[in-house]
Design a protein around this ligand. Sequence first.
Ligand code: PMV
Length: 332
Amino acid sequence: MKKSDVVKLILKEKHYQAPLNSVGKSFAPTNIALCKYWGKRNQEINLPVTSSLSISLGDKGATAEIKLNSFQDEIKLNGSDVALDSSFSQRLINYLNLFRQPDQIFFSINIVSNIPIAAGLASSACGFASIILALNALFGWQLLDSELSILARLGSGSASRSIWQGFVEWHAGSLEDGMDSYAQSLSAKWPELCIGLLIFNNSEKSISSREAMQRTVATSPLYSAWPDKVAADMIKLKDAISTHDFKLLGETAESNAMTMHATMLSAWPAVCYYMPETIMAMQKIWKLRTQDLEIYFTQDAGPNLKLLFLKKDITSVLNEFNKLEIIRLFDV
Ligand code: PMV
């Protein structure tokens, strides 16, 4: 099954027409997984081995603005032109190709992002989600949320979760065409919960999450333990969210991230996203917990950490990590 077959299944007879001057504009938040998506059962259409669960980061994310263009594609990032032969543009163009008759229409697209690109902050998640939402608006498709989630997934797996704010579960699904592999909002709110971004390095990561994931599944002797770990963690996280049990949430999210990185460290060649600062911050967090500051972390495919804590501890957490950027999760 190809990506274009999935698009046909969803868009059916829907048109690709809009007046030349009309604009489709949409924002999508980035998201941080508390239970990670790590490993695909289908590389082509981004079907995951397991389900995953995330929290969206409020007003941190990307806005895509898309217009039709008569001559050629034009890609801008934060208002500046991006060369069409760059890897960034190529990935976007490959995705946009799914939504036009070949060579019939061109797009002008401007992505405005308020998070660093490719630093393990899920920039591709909000990028692809904002693009599909903007296309839906431009062409007036009126797709269902589950359909938007499936189409976002074709750009990047984690983008399937960036269609919503708040807590989001991406169901792994079991169908070969992936029509049951989409994300849904958990609708629970937890206004006390905070996430802080501890950024050590904003530069592009040395190995993409796509490649790291593939290598881990293919070579890590620990990967076979991952699906059972996820199944157990999904239950614990949903329980923690519905009862607002912060200790259970923090311990489960941190342990899930550590296990994901253990599968990468045992891949060959090993994949290691840690920087010395990452390890030092982890040790500091473990020590602070022994001193009764309730603080946990999670880490994605990059060296930066995302800290989890409660509003009541903001001052103490900022005293320890003064460069921390605190995200408003439920105020948007
Ligand atoms: O969606 P991708 O291909 O960028 O993969 C995301 C992988 C992690 O961020 C490490 C985990 C996750 O669930 O977001």
